[in-house]
Ligand binder design. Structure first.
Ligand code: CP
Length: 315
């Protein structure tokens, strides 16, 4: 039962609870009338202290499609945070007005802190370079839908797959959350492709070693391509760099283009949490293996499933 629960990092929900969410999301996708109006009278507060297109809009679309309503801010400059109000007080206020809170904040740990002050569920929409668990739900649902076996749970769907992550694995919170979530499944192999400065944090690789997950770290995308079933491209996170010089030096290390796609399996799926900057050439969008726009749409269905669940309108 997810009613009343917060989601701060991917491991807050069990494998079985995630399977239930994916099944619910697939049912919502198949039947546009299912759960329509189930959240009538309920309010979702969206507190975005950092920019967002997909996460905020897909949460708002999800709540509106469920018949509920949204309030909040997309720019902290328009909130009393700009006058020095603490996060704890902002969250207490949002919880007084709304039935659930979705929050993005540049500080790692902000969502956990918020959940300690909130009597209503808090959903982490990204806390600095730390976690982005609803992106992970989106990513896993996309892999299940595009590479899974019909009717199977996620574990059976993704067993045997090799998942590659490419780009900024150091600051990319979506990478940290997805790798952590994948470490719970057997028979999966991860390949991390990055320059040395942008390697995945040690806490992630230590976790993989502890869980006996096979993984490889490399700098070469071309060498890795032929073995991959899923390629998760990421943007170099300019906003988390300490200096602009390093960002400029590293930002175009990997650019996936038509030439590189020739090295890949015919049934590879290319994911990207988006926004994309330069790391996937626009020419790749026409390739049937490019799944990043579908992925963004699955994000809305899984967020509908999540909201309906934490608000207690479904079992
Ligand atoms: N994937 C993602 O978090 O996108 P936004 O930053 O646009 O929300």
């Amino acid at each position: 039962m997810l009613a009343g629960r917060s989601l701060i990092e991917p491991l807050n929900f069990s494998v079985e609870e995630m399977d239930d969410l994916f099944a619910l999301a697939e049912r919502i996708e198949e039947d546009g009338a299912y759960l329509r109006d189930s959240c009538r009278g309920k309010l979702l507060a969206t507190l975005f202290f950092e920019p967002s297109t997909r996460t905020r809009l897909s949460f708002e679309a999800a709540m509106l499609r469920l018949g509920g309503s949204c309030l909040g801010f997309a720019d902290p400059g328009s909130s009393s945070a700009a006058k020095g109000e603490s996060l704890a007080d902002t969250v207490r206020m949002a919880a007084a007005y709304a039935d659930a809170i979705v929050m993005r904040n540049p500080k790692e740990g902000a969502a956990l802190l918020a959940s300690r002050y909130s009597p209503v569920p808090v959903i982490n929409a990204g806390d600095g370079g730390h976690h982005h668990p609803t992106q992970t739900l989106t990513d896993l649902l996309t892999i299940k839908r595009l590479r899974g076996k019909p009717g199977a749970g996620l574990g059976d769907s993704i067993g045997g797959l090799t998942v590659g992550f490419c780009g900024d694995l150091r600051f990319g919170r979506t990478v940290h959350s997805l790798a952590k979530a994948l470490a719970r499944y057997d028979n999966i192999r991860l390949v991390f492709v990055s320059p040395p400065e942008l390697q995945a944090p040690e806490y992630i690789t230590r976790l993989l070693a502890r869980e006996h997950i096979e993984y490889l770290e490399t700098g070469g995308l071309e060498e890795a391509m032929p073995g991959l079933d899923v390629l998760y491209m990421t943007r170099v996170q300019r906003e988390r760099f300490f200096n602009e010089e390093d960002y400029i030096r590293l930002k175009d290390t990997y650019v996936l283009n038509r030439e590189k796609m020739k090295l890949a399996k015919k049934n590879l799926i290319i994911l990207h949490p988006l926004p994309r900057v330069n790391e996937i050439a626009v020419e790749v969008d026409a390739d049937s293996r490019a799944a990043y726009f579908k992925q963004a749409k699955y994000g809305m269905y899984v967020r509908m499933a999540l909201l309906a669940s934490v608000l207690g309108v479904v079992d």
